[in-house]
Design a binder for this molecule. Structure first.
Ligand SMILES: [Zn+2]
Ligand SMILES: [Zn+2]
Length: 236
C-alpha cells in the first residue's frame, strides 16, 4: 500500500503523493510564472524618477535599491535537486532546470528508429518547448508530473517547491485568492471545492478531486435540482 510522502494518507498504488498534494504541485507550477513576472517588476521600476534629489543638476539619479533576495531568485545558478533544500539562495530558473534535468535523466525515453524499432534509454537532457524560461520549465515539469508522482523523490520536489513559492509570495505579497464553491465535492461530499484565481480548474481541498469549470457548473445544477426537490418534498 502506498502512502503520500507529504501527508502519509493512502494513495493510489504506485503513487507517492495523494491527489490533494499532486493538485498542489500542479497549482504551484501554474502559479510560478506569474510570481516570477511580479518579481521581475522589482527590477524595472515602471516610473524612473525624472530628476535626482539635487534637482536639475543633470547628475545621474541614485539607482533604486533592489532587494537582494529578488536578485538572488532571478539570478543565475546551478542546482542539484537532490540537495536543494531552500536556504534562501536558490534561484528560480536554476531550481526548475535542475529538477527537469533530474526527471529527464531518470525517465527513460522511448524513441523509434526509422525501422520502427523502439529504443529505451534515459533522456540526456530536458528541452522545454517554450525555451528555458520560467514558463517553459513550468510547462515542461507539469507535463512530466504524472511520472514524477510515481517516484519516491516527489516528496522532495513538493517540499522544495512549497518553500520556493512561499519565499516568492513573501516578496510579491501575491497570494492567489481562493473562492469556496457552494456545491459539495462530487467525490468525497465535503464542501471543500475551491477555485483559485488564475487557475483554470476547481479542486477539492480534502480529496484533491479536479473539475473543469464546465463540469462544476453541471454538477452544481444537478446538486441544486436534487436539493430543491428535497426541499419541495419536505415543504409539501
Ligand atoms: Zn498528501
Ligand atoms: Zn473531495
Amino acid at each position: 500500500m502506498s502512502s503520500c510522502t507529504v501527508c502519509r494518507r493512502a494513495t493510489e498504488a504506485g503513487l507517492h503523493v495523494c491527489p490533494r498534494h499532486a493538485a498542489e504541485l500542479r497549482a504551484w507550477l501554474s502559479e510560478l510564472p506569474e510570481q516570477a513576472r511580479l518579481l521581475a517588476q522589482f527590477l524595472t521600476p515602471a516610473t524612473a524618477p525624472a530628476q535626482g534629489r539635487l534637482g536639475g543638476t543633470g547628475r545621474a539619479t541614485a539607482p533604486i535599491p533592489v532587494d537582494l533576495r529578488v536578485l538572488t531568485l532571478l539570478g543565475p545558478g546551478h542546482v542539484d535537486p537532490r540537495h536543494a533544500d531552500d536556504d534562501g539562495t536558490v534561484p528560480i530558473l536554476a531550481w526548475l532546470g535542475g529538477w527537469a534535468g533530474h526527471i529527464a535523466y531518470t525517465q527513460p525515453s522511448v524513441t523509434r528508429d526509422p525501422y520502427g524499432t523502439a529504443h529505451v534509454r534515459p533522456c540526456e537532457q530536458a528541452w522545454p518547448r517554450h525555451g528555458e524560461t520560467v514558463t517553459g520549465w513550468c510547462t515542461w515539469l507539469t507535463r512530466y508530473l504524472p511520472y514524477a508522482l510515481t517516484q519516491p523523490w516527489v516528496g522532495d520536489l513538493h517540499r522544495q517547491l512549497g518553500d520556493l513559492i512561499a519565499r516568492i509570495r513573501d516578496l510579491t505579497h501575491a497570494t492567489p485568492h481562493e473562492h469556496h464553491k457552494a456545491a459539495p465535492c462530487p467525490q468525497c461530499g465535503t464542501f471543500d471545492l475551491v477555485a483559485i484565481d488564475g487557475q483554470w480548474d476547481i479542486t477539492c481541498e480534502t480529496c484533491g478531486h479536479h473539475l473543469t469549470p464546465e463540469a462544476y457548473a453541471e454538477h452544481r445544477a444537478d446538486f441544486l435540482q436534487v436539493h430543491q426537490a428535497a426541499t419541495d418534498t419536505t415543504a409539501a
